[in-house]
Design a binder for this molecule. Structure first.
Ligand code: HEM
Length: 82
């Protein structure tokens, strides 16, 4: 969740530090929902060569569970619940 897992150095761009993201940048929870559901492939074309390895989770995780993950991230960041 802090983007520093054992495989992190194998990715460019590296996995995001979600706790810092939520604590400092405070993205709307709808942004997190969209990015987790759709993964990196929804990034605008202008982001090239930003070649995201972030998988889309919509086939594997229900929307309800995605919201539970978001609440967990907010909790870990000590941010108010969405
Ligand atoms: C349920 C588990 C996961 C959640 C909740 C999650 C969530 C996120 C979110 C919200 C971002 C965007 C952060 C931003 O916009 O600044 C992100 C980025 C990223 N994630 Fe994940 N992720 C998960 C699993 C994974 C896995 C398994 C991988 C590796 C295969 C991965 C690789 C990446 C990478 C490389 C990025 C940075 C590139 C980008 O912004 O698309 N993530 N993740």
């Amino acid at each position: 969740m802090d983007g520093k897992g054992p495989e992190a150095s194998g990715f460019f761009p590296p996995p995001a530090d979600l706790v810092t993201l939520v604590f400092h940048i405070k993205p709307p929870e709808s942004y997190l929902f969209w990015r987790i559901r759709e993964g990196g492939r929804v990034l605008p074309r202008g982001f090239a060569p930003w070649n995201s390895a972030m998988p889309a989770w919509k086939e594997d995780i229900t929307d309800e569970k995605i919201w539970k993950i978001i609440i967990y991230i907010y909790d870990a960041a000590g941010a108010p619940q969405p």
